[in-house]
Design a protein around this ligand. Structure first.
Ligand code: DON
Length: 573
């Protein structure tokens, strides 16, 4: 049974009892995978975990209570998500981790997938017609980038306290013994059944004869064995030996190109986080190949020059300003951003005050700009992903976003190994000007090349105030990731919202092309009408993003909000 409970019952017990914090430390949490309750909001002083699934959030909380730090919890949560949230939680994808530790140190781990050695710039372009075949970049074996997640988890171990062998145990148990699925998961699996059938030679465990329903138990024995190999052999348990052989066999049998050498040579990168100030707050976020760092920096700086709080929340005036800022930043994304190990990106110029002032010079507060006229700025110098936010009692903050790209990625399950492979190759620009599955267009900067990382929108972010943790935030959502993180920050900093409202208020999104403002269904209709009068095209879309936000409530008390748009869950103590 899965039920939804929107308040803090479990947590209130320990908040009202002064001895409770001490009593909780060292105690094991009882996790019942066959009966659990989803909790949307939480408070706590000692540790917070927000992620896409209750069971994974509880695994993280258990690790914190047993003396693990936020990195330990993040590793255990990511591994648990790979089991209980197969649409996005993953072993076969990649991601980013941004962390800021209690002693002030910050890191940005890049474990993004890379293009296989055999990839070529025009690998998705039909030789006869000259047109891009997006079917191939979005589904099936040729769409898979070389996975980075497992390498990333082992890279993070440098900052962990507990042994990996212990952190992976809950995931193994959940895969081996199974867990009860929610209605949302049942529907998602059922609606992908045909694609699973089409892209796999043997029927994966995700397809059930007669269909899934809420309350059914999903058991993943093959995945449990893969996790056990990783527990025993470390990263080699994935990138070499039996698991690698299964991945390569899978490729050979179905037209994919990932080789043994691709797997063995995969390397994570430690990057330097993007950092900047916004109205007295300090933002720490993911640099390239994540585009969120540059774009958040650009957009927040363009906004900082204007008194947006006085325009009011969800007024035509504030929405129009944010839209115009988004339009300009996304135009630059399409032209300039890509893997910094392959191309020179003029990041300093793109975020400089002079450039951003110039960028907004033609901003007209009464009328819509036209994307056709905006173009990327002139520079002289050359629906799946998942996020987890964690903070521990020592003020260590960890913000992790990982992805398979589309829901259930390429839809290819590695036969015998039980995990899904990503379809991340579609995040490259497969042909100049051809939109990917999120409508993003790009050119040379994000063209395919062997070993290159495809540009990402994932934006795990940490916000400090007075050099102390203030907010940990991130979300899935393709190109909407960056505007969702942006709106979460503005909602808190400019509009004074609590965590719950900052996450759950309706959102809007503009990404330069297509030239339209996407709005969620419950976005105020009168604001849409006013924007239409100013010349904007409004496009209503089903809700997007699952934002996971932790925020300092006051004193030493944190509040966390798990997005209402999914089965996401918040825990705290
Ligand atoms: O890295 C990226 O930008 C995309 N692969 C993210 C995809 C995503 O967020 C899908 N979620 N709904």
């Amino acid at each position: 049974m899965v039920s939804l409970k929107c308040l803090f019952t479990g947590i209130i017990l320990c908040l009202t009892n002064p001895l409770a914090h001490a009593q909780n430390i060292g105690r094991k949490i009882k996790i019942n995978p066959y009966h659990y309750t989803i909790q949307k909001d939480a408070e706590g002083k000692n540790g917070m975990v927000v992620c896409a699934h209750t069971l994974a959030a509880k695994v993280g909380m258990d690790i914190l209570m047993q003396g693990g730090n936020a990195v330990d919890a993040a590793i255990a949560v990511q591994l648990a998500l790979a089991v209980v949230y197969p649409g996005a939680g993953n072993l076969g994808g990649g991601g980013f981790m941004v962390a800021r530790f209690g002693d002030g140190k910050r890191i940005a781990l890049d474990f993004r997938e890379v293009a296989p050695a055999g990839a070529t710039e025009d690998m998705y372009v039909d030789k006869k017609t000259g047109e891009a075949n997006l079917q191939l970049s979005q589904e099936g074996h040729l769409a898979c980038g070389v996975p980075g997640t497992v390498a990333g988890l082992f890279a993070a171990m440098k900052y962990a306290k507990l042994p990996f062998e212990k952190l992976i145990r809950p995931a193994i148990a959940l895969a081996d013994k199974g867990f009860v699925i929610s209605e949302r998961e049942a529907n998602a699996l059922n609606s992908t059944a045909d694609e699973f059938r089409k892209n796999n030679t043997s029927l994966p465990v995700f397809v059930r004869q007669g269909g899934w329903k809420a309350g059914d138990t999903l058991v993943q024995k093959e995945l449990a064995r893969t996790l056990t190999r990783i527990q025993r052999d470390g990263a080699k348990g994935f990138y070499e030996g039996e698991t690698a052989k299964m991945i390569v066999d899978e490729m050979k049998n179905s037209g994919g190109i990932i080789s043994f050498a691709d797997l063995k040579n995969y390397k994570f990168e430690e990057r330097v986080p993007d950092e900047f100030d916004y109205r007295g707050y300090h933002i720490i976020t993911m640099p390239l190949p994540g585009s969120g760092g540059v774009l958040l920096h650009q957009m927040l700086k363009m906004l900082e020059a204007r008194p947006i709080a006085s325009y009011g929340f969800h007024t035509a005036k504030s929405v129009q300003l944010i839209t115009e800022v988004e339009r300009r930043a996304y135009a630059d994304r399409s032209e300039y951003l890509g893997d910094p190990d392959f191309i020179k990106v003029p990041v300093k110029t793109l975020v400089s005050d002079t450039y951003l002032k110039e960028r907004m010079a033609d901003y007209d507060s009464a009328h819509a700009s036209m994307s056709a006229a905006i173009k990327p700025g002139y520079i002289k110098e050359s629906d799946q992903t998942t996020h987890l936010s964690i903070i521990d009692k020592d003020g260590n903050c960890v913000s992790v976003t990982t992805t398979l790209n589309g829901t259930y990625g390429s839809k290819c399950v590695v036969a015998g190994a039980g995990f899904l492979l990503n379809n991340e190759m579609d995040d490259f620009s497969v042909q100049p000007g051809v939109p990917n599955q999120y409508g993003a267009v790009g050119g040379e900067a994000n063209a395919i090349a062997p070993h290159k990382r495809m540009l990402s929108s994932m934006s795990p972010t940490i916000v400090l105030k007075d050099d102390k943790p203030f907010m940990v935030v991130g979300t899935p959502g393709g190109t909407t990731i960056i505007t969702s993180v942006l709106q979460s920050i503005i909602n808190v900093v400019d509009f004074g919202m609590n965590a719950h409202d900052a996450v759950n208020e309706p959102k809007f999104h503009h990404q330069w092309l297509p030239d339209q403002i996407d709005v969620e269904k419950d976005f105020p209709a009168d604001v849409c009408r006013q924007l239409q009068d100013m010349g904007y095209k409004i496009n209503e879309r089903k809700p997007w993003s699952h934002t996971e936000l932790i925020k300092l409530k006051g004193g030493t008390l944190y509040e966390a909000a798990a997005d209402k748009r999914g089965d996401d869950d918040a825990e705290g103590y």
